[in-house]
Design a protein around this ligand. Structure first.
Ligand code: MSP
Length: 642
């Protein structure tokens, strides 16, 4: 393997507090496909993914659950590891920002920058989005001082802070990008970054005193390092920046970052400025992809339309899902995810085009040539002449991260092979006298087209590629094969295996019925209470509280005795929720408590308040019950709900 053929590709590191969705799956599948492609074209590949585990949201979520942030991230980062296993992701490493190997590098780099005067102390004041952990410049704010990304209200923050003197390196970065126009892809993002840089960049605040859950600033522990400064360094810390300098020197210069378009400034401005200050080579490529909407709408938890990749894989199989994500949208553009479109592609591209080609070809080799691939003296065909052109189109597309173009080229080849069957009509040749050689020629060509297609789809659909390979009677594994060892015409004499259906067709009518049946049944109009005025409502005092303790009441089947904390006082409350929770599921929960109800004695215990819950009732009995809580659990205990 040539020394200079190194390829180091990274996904962003994912916020652990988010449930993995198709957006995350998309970036990682794209990187995986590139990593696999590069391995098959002789590169020494390193592929990194991981989780971003510090910051305000984790701190607040852990607090709400009554556990430490470390305990929380130790548990929830596994959601991502599980997903990557299910999606057949071939990463070589998985970095967590709470690992010691990372923390040491962040602190070393921070210290180096302080020592050389590129990080200095000052005061920072600005509009801050707490959930997103970013200051928002005034010219980028949404209406009524809201966050342009998430739409939530911003708060003014002022704090002593360390600043990174990135501004000093801006001219150098502009020059680098002028000389490397493919360093940021696609072109529209390059232009966006260049005009941003030319507009001038201010020094950035890189520490917080308002936050505890982060990496302490070396020598000044009341500050923690800003979560983005910490997170970006993962790409270097995982590559052995401190622990294995030789490995770092080898792979770092070939680094490629794949990111969503929303985080390009961090990757194309902040990070390269940090690298320039540290005297390290800049990323070879930063590739920005677009965003997925779902059935035409923005994906969000509140809309309830977040697409769960685990569910998609369970329902449609892994490779159809991988294929769809990469085929459906030109890389870099936004795309719309619709299950109906996915089903459409399964039926047409996968079942009809690829599946049928395999089935028809294998069945004909079985019946006309006893399952042995024939040889023939005729060297060329439309298909053999097309193959090198397809290969070079795929190569070019893959080097430009244009996965859709690569797949289009492969499917044109598959389409041509299907047409070749219709044109040559092997079933007729098999019946006609003197057509034996022609039939050999047709069958061998079809076999070769399939053998090479199996290879070409391997980076995108690794399992399917293996399954086709096995049915074709080929030895070994498509994933370890090198493209350049692959030539047309090596298949003659192979004994094929039994044809099996790769992608069963989905009956659209049945599919529609199944989806309808899944939808929640219509809720009948419930009985209502008489109308009240706001003054009546105002009489109910409700406050944010936390359950500290939960005990059984020996005499009661339904009640728990709860100790709740309102911040300003603690109380005992009896709550009829025993059927729905175990005691340890309640401890630590943030809830809403009605605080001015007259105390009552229930089963011998005095209850001082009522916890709010929503429930589904059947014949007056609750069948399903959930406790109400504030959407942002960092709101102080005792806050009034109105
Ligand atoms: N933790 C930061 C990244 C730090 S990298 C040093 C972060 N994490 S994230 O979990 O919020 O997002 C990770 C990636 O998922 C981003 O590249 C983002 O663009 C991508 N996506 C999130 N939602 C998406 C869609 N709806 N569609 C496509 N990708 C999206 O940002």
């Amino acid at each position: 393997m040539a020394e200079d053929k190194t390829f180091y590709i990274t996904t962003p590191i994912y916020y652990v507090n988010d449930i993995p969705h198709i957006g995350h799956a998309y970036t990682t599948i794209a990187c995986d496909t590139s990593a696999r492609y590069k391995r098959m074209t002789g590169y020494d590949v390193r592929f990194l993914t991981g989780t971003d585990e510090h910051g305000q949201k984790i701190q607040a979520a852990a607090q709400a659950k009554g556990i430490t942030p470390q305990e929380l991230v130790d548990k929830i980062h596994l959601n991502f590891k599980d997903l990557w296993r299910v999606l057949n992701i071939s990463n070589d490493d998985f970095i967590r920002t709470t690992e010691d190997r990372h923390i040491r590098v962040v602190q070393a780099m921070f210290k180096q920058l302080i020592d050389q005067g590129d990080i200095y102390k000052g005061t920072y004041s600005g509009y801050y989005c707490v959930p997103d952990e970013t200051y928002v410049p005034e010219n980028a704010m949404g209406p009524n001082k809201t966050c342009p990304d998430c739409g939530r209200p911003l708060t003014i923050m002022e704090e002593e802070s360390y600043f990174f003197r990135g501004s000093k390196y801006v001219p150098q970065l502009i020059k680098y990008y002028e000389e490397h126009v493919k360093a940021v892809m696609p072109r529209v993002r390059y232009n966006e970054i260049m005009s941003f840089l030319r507009g001038g960049v201010r020094d950035q605040s890189v520490s917080r005193t308002s936050l505890k859950w982060g990496i302490p600033v070396p020598g000044d522990e009341k500050h923690v390092i800003y979560v983005w400064f910490d997170a970006l360094i993962n790409y270097a810390s995982a590559m052995g920046y401190l622990d294995d300098p030789e490995k770092f020197r080898k792979y770092w210069p070939s680094v490629r970052h794949m990111v969503g378009k929303d985080i390009i400034r961090f990757h194309c401005v902040t990070w390269p400025l940090m690298l320039l200050a540290l005297g390290l080579p800049l990323p070879t490529e930063i590739i920005a992809h677009g965003w997925w909407t779902v059935d035409g709408e923005k994906m969000s938890k509140t809309r309830g339309n977040v697409v769960d990749p685990f569910k998609m894989v369970e329902r449609y199989g892994l490779d159809p899902f991988r294929y769809f994500l990469l085929r459906e949208v030109p890389f870099g553009n936004d795309g719309d995810f619709s299950e109906l479109a996915l089903v459409g592609r399964i039926n047409s591209d996968l079942a009809n085009d690829l599946g049928n080609l395999l089935n028809r070809t294998l069945q004909m080799i079985q019946s006309y040539r006893n399952g042995i691939v024939p040889s023939c003296s005729e060297p060329d065909s439309e298909l053999s002449r097309m193959y090198p052109e397809v290969l070079s189109r795929v190569d070019e597309a893959m080097n430009n991260y244009a996965y859709d173009e690569a797949l289009k080229a492969i499917w044109e080849f598959i389409g041509r092979a299907n047409k070749f069957i219709d044109e040559t009509m092997p079933w007729k040749l098999a019946k006609e006298e003197g057509q034996g050689e022609r039939l050999d020629f047709v069958l061998l060509n079809l076999y070769e087209a399939l053998r090479l297609s199996a290879l070409l789809i391997a980076p995108t659909m690794p399992d399917t590629s293996r399954r086709i390979w096995a049915q074709l009677g080929q030895d070994g594994d498509t994933l370890t094969v090198q493209y350049d060892s692959f030539r047309w015409g090596q298949g003659a004499g192979t004994a094929i295996k039994k044809a099996e259906v790769l992608f069963p067709r989905i009956d659209i009518e049945q599919w529609k019925k199944d989806r309808e049946a899944e939808k929640a049944p219509a809720i009948p109009e419930p009985p209502h209470e008489p109308e009240i005025g706001i003054e009546d409502f105002g009489k109910v005092e409700m406050r944010v509280a936390r359950i500290l303790k939960c005990e059984e009441i020996p005499k009661s089947k339904k009640l728990y005795k709860l100790e709740v904390d309102l911040g300003y006082e603690k109380r005992t409350v009896c709550s009829g929720i025993k059927a729905f929770f175990k005691p340890d599921e309640l401890t630590g929960r943030t809830v809403i408590l009605v605080t001015n109800l007259k105390p009552v004695k229930l089963c011998g215990v005095e209850s001082n308040g009522m916890i709010l819950a929503a429930s589904v009732k059947h014949d007056g009995k609750a069948e399903k019950l959930t406790l109400l809580k504030p959407a942002d659990e960092s709101i102080p205990l005792g806050s009034r709900v109105s």
